[in-house]
Design a protein around this ligand. Structure first.
Ligand code: ZN
Length: 261
């Protein structure tokens, strides 16, 4: 049976300068969903600090999901033999992939496949992901290569994650995309799916647990986003207050329940 939750379908209008689609209806405190579809970059960032990966998996419980394409991407990196990783610049990422494969194997992370009915959305979603990435590249002094195997793989994971989320919402459930990628968040928004990033997840942890210091969460955020899964600059917290639970009474988060960030 699907758990009840808020209707997460966002309204379509977003400020045009936004690099990351933040749903104003989602509060600091985590709201339960049927499924939270995590993409590769966000999972690698969390796995870079295993303590936070564990806390995240505990907080989201059996709603933590990945699309089939994301699972394949993680397993492909984990399958690179350790002695071949240095020359392919996969030492850090490989260690993260190994940790995530453990969670896939013990089914802490559920793998979900997009429905056949969602196939019509593949082309528009991939086209939008490509366009947003091209626009982002043009804002930086960087060369744009129209054919890029890494990007195509990443887009396959993001596309499948958005498809699974729309399947769940169409079936009457609630689903969010967990991604640090601004383009993926904006594309998901167009399809009626809200996105959350690492900053949101760490702030949710601050509300859910009393053993975390906001300064430590800020440090962890910067450490986890230094190598991969780096969100757009407008997501970066100015200071540790981004990770402050404003609960005034034990167990109550009235202010966090009202504040969208
Ligand atoms: Zn709180």
């Amino acid at each position: 049976m699907l758990p009840r939750g808020p209707n997460l379908r966002p309204r379509p209008a977003l400020p045009p300068t936004r690099r990351y689609a933040i749903d104003p209806a989602l509060t600091q405190r985590r709201r339960p969903v049927t499924a939270a579809l995590a993409d590769t970059g966000l999972l690698y960032a969390l796995a870079h600090r295993p303590k936070y990966l564990r806390m995240f998996l505990e907080l989201y419980g059996d709603t933590v999901s990945v699309a089939t394409a994301v699972e394949e991407e993680i397993r492909a990196v984990a399958n690179v033999p350790r002695n071949h990783r240095p020359q392919r610049n996969l030492v850090l990422m490989g260690a993260c992939a190994d940790r995530l494969v453990t969670e896939l194997d013990n089914q802490t992370i559920t793998v979900r496949e997009p429905s056949e009915a969602s196939a019509d959305l593949v082309f528009p979603i991939q086209q939008q992901l490509r366009e947003l990435e091209r626009a982002a590249a043009q804002r930086r002094p960087e060369k744009w290569f129209p054919h890029d195997a890494d990007r195509a793989k990443r887009h396959a994971g993001e596309t499948d994650s958005i498809l699974v989320a729309t399947d769940i919402i169409k079936a009457g459930g609630t689903a969010i995309l967990l991604t640090n990628d601004g383009g993926a968040s904006l594309t998901a928004w167009q399809q009626g799916v809200s996105a959350r990033n690492l900053r949101h997840i760490l702030a949710e942890l601050a509300c859910a647990r009393t053993d975390l210091k906001e300064e430590d969460l800020l440090t962890a955020y910067h450490e986890m986003t230094a190598h991969f899964g780096t969100p757009p600059a407008d997501v970066h917290p100015a200071d540790s207050s981004a990770f402050r639970c404003r609960a005034t009474l034990a167990g109550e988060c009235r202010i966090c329940d009202a504040l969208a960030r």
